[in-house]
Design a protein around this ligand. Sequence first.
Ligand code: BES
Ligand code: ZN
Ligand code: ZN
Length: 491
Amino acid sequence: MEFSIISAINPKQPILIVPLFKDVAFTKTSPKILETFLKNRQEQQDFLAQEGDVLLTMPDDKNIPSKAILWGLGEKKKLTSQKLRGLAAQLLKSVKALKKGEATIWLLDEMIPYAQAIGEGLTFGNYSLAKFKTGKEKEQQDLQTIKKISFIITKKSPKFQSEVTKGSMIAEAVGEVRDLVNAGPTLKNVDYLAQKAQEIAKQNGYKITVLNKSELQKMGMGGILGVNRGSEFGAKMVMMEYAPKALSKKPPVVIIGKGIIFDSGGYNLKPSHSLFEMQLDMAGAGAVMGLFMLLKKLNIQQHVVGIFPLTDNLVSATSQKPSDVVTTYSGKTVEIINTDAEGRMVLCDAITYALKNFEPRYLIDVATLTGACMVALGDRYAGLFGNDPTLIEKLRKAGEETDEQSWPMPIHPDHGARMKSKIADLRNWDEVPHAGASKGAAFLQEFVEDAKWAHLDIAGPAFVKDPKKYESTMGTGFGVRLFVEFLENLK
Ligand code: BES
Ligand code: ZN
Ligand code: ZN
């Protein structure tokens, strides 16, 4: 989507959007040229400018575009960036239905501080789930895409255009992540995602290492290799590094994303009602990829390393079985009690890989790790675990700012104790069916040594049935916006 700033209403523009507050006289916030038209509308009291109200009108006036959309923002003092992101996305969907491909928005001074959220919302409004439609539906969709938005601004605001564009770039990356998360496992196989990572690295000049199965074997990454035993594609471990010149010597923030292409559960096969969505299980890796699409473009001043272990978790004659014992990259042995607790088995090797190669300033992992976390928190909050209160608070706050919220969750020493095995160092599952999210986190903690570490369990918010206004059902791209905010705020 392209944005431009113009200085006045031009009646030749196809659609004019007029934002209005519920509690301010319509004529007070709008240009003189709309005075008579808006006065009439207000007197008729058929548009109350409640939050999210959208009314298409056809002003019979030579000086005004032939279509004007009245856009309700609700109460003036209750306007927030979160609200505008959602309202902008909703608005754009109404504009799309008119199939003009472009629109002009009259901008209120009160909206200017929220430029980034507006850019995000408008671009999210353009997002379409229907990637595989054909024929008429596909044609309609292409016709409806909005390519250009012009803003009419009267107050001097030099940063508006760059901020709105920044918001749009972020939402584009999030959209790409949603597409990856929604895609079926055949399309986004291990090789495809590794190739995608190569492209991101090439476009942005990042250093990238892709370890293939035989390299993982030589290195002794028994955790990920065990999970990979049922798959026709060899596992891969991808590592990308963004190091702005002055910062390359500083300890990096390392972010690890769970990249299970499809989680069947393995021999602990999932039931049908949860099996059919398990392409979502690379959403953590997706969030890391989305972040790397943006780091360079947004000129983020942090040294960042992204790592994602990639494999399927499938059933075959060669798959690992409950009671197998594997030796992880750390040297610790793990008794596989439940093949469906595979996320922790790929993440533990990635954590060790991070610690062997870097001294992370912060070590963060992001993973659709447990259904238990979804049971506890639903789809609006990620579970937030870790061993460093400062890091936890920074992540929580970045989530608050971006509406990608997380909720601090505990790890009790006894949760760790439940993950000890009789025959090996650890076991990957506890038959006591409580505190599953905390026990998953406690397992990971066994591998983080003395790093400052946080774990985001995004099983709930990464893939939703009840989307927010600026989301669609299925993949949300959760994490990308949170990490951008977190890194931008890091001193
Ligand atoms: N990928 C799942 C977790 C998940 C479930 C994500 C639902 C999104 C929606 C994970 O690998 C898994 O299977 N976890 C098990 C853990 C258990 C075996 C300890 C679970 O949630 O049941
Ligand atoms: Zn699983
Ligand atoms: Zn999984």
